[in-house]
Design a protein around this ligand. Structure first.
Ligand SMILES: O=C(CO)COP(=O)(O)O
Length: 264
């Protein structure tokens, strides 16, 4: 291993996370295997990878990824530990299935399942109780962006969704403008930098470790467009939807990050 490839401390390593949403049958394990194969020592020295498959695949994926360095996460959790909540899964169950991370407050949950900031905050606390890293998603709608309220809306989401005392090793924030998700549209680098700077400042109100927290950008991240987005100030990684379903695309994004890390 060359000197330049010495593993960096976790907080300064970029994270490329894949959110598979409601996609993936058991045979999708082949895609994960391809990711495992492509996550070679040069990439692993520079970039962390996380795959969040549907809950039906968690245990299978966790077994496949064990000891490869690729982390496996879930896409949502209930706030309670156990009980009469038909169809729900607790953070403890997700940890038991092999998850180390859980996404909470994704805009698809906030809008399609009417999740409030208070509920998202309770889910973050549940994730921590179970020993999981919580990835809190925030982001404005197109109308909010157009009206000039984006920074304010996202700051309010952070204040409402992130518990006091959040630690850098237990919390990741993903900024995902709703209008950029699955649309092919992406914000300008200047807008992402403004937003991530605001998020880090507001995180500073609830935590002394805001500087050490990883802030991901998400929304139409593809190998073709991620170069500028990923090198933006205060962007510590990406939360990738559609392009995380294919190992080739997901690894291409991670390798672009590796190049950045090498030239930084
Ligand atoms: O919602 C997202 C990840 O959580 C982004 O999805 P796309 O990358 O498909 O736009």
């Amino acid at each position: 291993m060359r000197n330049t490839e010495i593993t960096m401390p976790a907080a300064s390593r970029p994270l490329v996370a894949g959110n598979w949403k409601m996609n993936g049958m058991r045979h999708a394990g082949a895609e994960l295997l391809a990711m495992v194969e492509g996550y070679d020592s040069a990439l692993a020295a520079r970039v962390d990878l996380l795959v969040c498959p549907p809950a039906t695949l968690l245990a299978q994926f966790a077994a496949t990824a064990a000891e490869t360095g690729i982390a496996i996460g879930a896409q949502d959790c209930h706030s309670a530990t156990a009980g009469a909540f038909t169809g729900d899964l607790s953070a403890e169950m997700l940890a038991d299935a092999g998850a180390s991370h859980v996404i909470v407050g994704h805009s698809e949950r906030r809008t399609l399942h009417q999740e409030s900031d208070a509920l998202v905050k309770a889910k973050v606390e549940a994730a921590w109780r179970a020993g999981l890293v919580a990835i809190v998603c925030v982001g404005e709608s197109e109308a909010e962006r157009r009206s000039g309220a984006a920074l304010e809306v996202v700051a309010a989401q952070i204040r409402g969704s992130v518990p006091q005392g959040a630690r850098g090793d237990r919390l990741i924030v993903a900024y995902e403008p709703i209008w950029a998700i699955g649309t092919g549209l992406v914000p300008t680098v200047a807008d992402v930098e403004d937003m991530h700077g605001t998020i880090r400042r507001v995180l500073g109100e609830v935590s002394g470790e805001a500087a050490a927290m990883r802030l991901l950008y998400g929304g139409s991240v593809k190998p073709e467009n991620c170069d500028a987005l990923l090198s933006a100030r205060d962007v510590d990684g990406a939360l990738v939807g559609g392009a995380s379903l294919k190992a080739a695309d997901f690894l291409a994004i991670a390798n672009i990050y590796r190049q950045h890390a090498l030239s930084a």
